[in-house]
Write a protein that binds this ligand. Structure first.
Ligand code: ZN
Length: 118
C-alpha cells in the first residue's frame, strides 16, 4: 500500500529500460520508497561543488545502483533545489529523477536537458 504518489522523469524511465537485468529490483525499491521515502534513504547535498543535489535523496538498489528522487513536501522547503519538478503536484508525491550506477546517477546524466515528467 503506497502512501505517496509517484511521478517519473523521462530519464528514469529510459534508464529503467536500459538496465533490464535489475529492473525488478528497481521496481521493488520504488515500492518501498513510496511506502515511506524517508526510511533508508539519504539526503544529498552539493556534490563536490559541481552539481548541486540539495533537496534530492538517494536510495540504494544494490551495491552499485542508486535511485535519485525528490519528495515534494521536502523539496518545497528547500529553495536551492535545482531538480524541483513539484509544481502543481500534491505534497505527498515522490518524483523519481534517475536510476543507474552510482557515478552516473549522481552526475544526473541525461537529466538536466530534459527535466520532463511523463
Ligand atoms: Zn520540489
Amino acid at each position: 500500500m503506497s502512501n505517496y504518489g509517484a511521478m517519473y522523469e523521462k530519464q528514469f524511465v529510459r534508464n529503467l529500460n536500459r538496465y533490464m537485468s535489475i529492473r525488478q529490483n528497481i521496481g521493488r525499491r520504488v515500492e518501498r520508497i513510496l511506502a515511506d521515502p524517508y526510511i533508508n534513504t539519504e539526503m544529498l547535498a552539493d556534490a563536490g561543488g559541481k552539481l548541486n543535489l540539495l533537496g534530492c535523496r538517494s536510495a540504494r538498489v544494490d551495491r552499485n545502483f542508486r535511485i535519485v528522487f525528490v519528495i515534494c513536501e521536502e523539496c518545497r522547503s528547500i529553495p536551492e533545489c535545482e531538480y524541483c519538478l513539484c509544481e502543481d503536484l500534491p505534497d505527498k508525491t515522490v518524483v523519481f529523477l534517475t536510476v543507474g550506477p552510482h557515478d552516473k546517477a549522481y552526475s544526473m546524466k541525461g537529466l538536466t536537458e530534459i527535466m520532463q515528467i511523463l
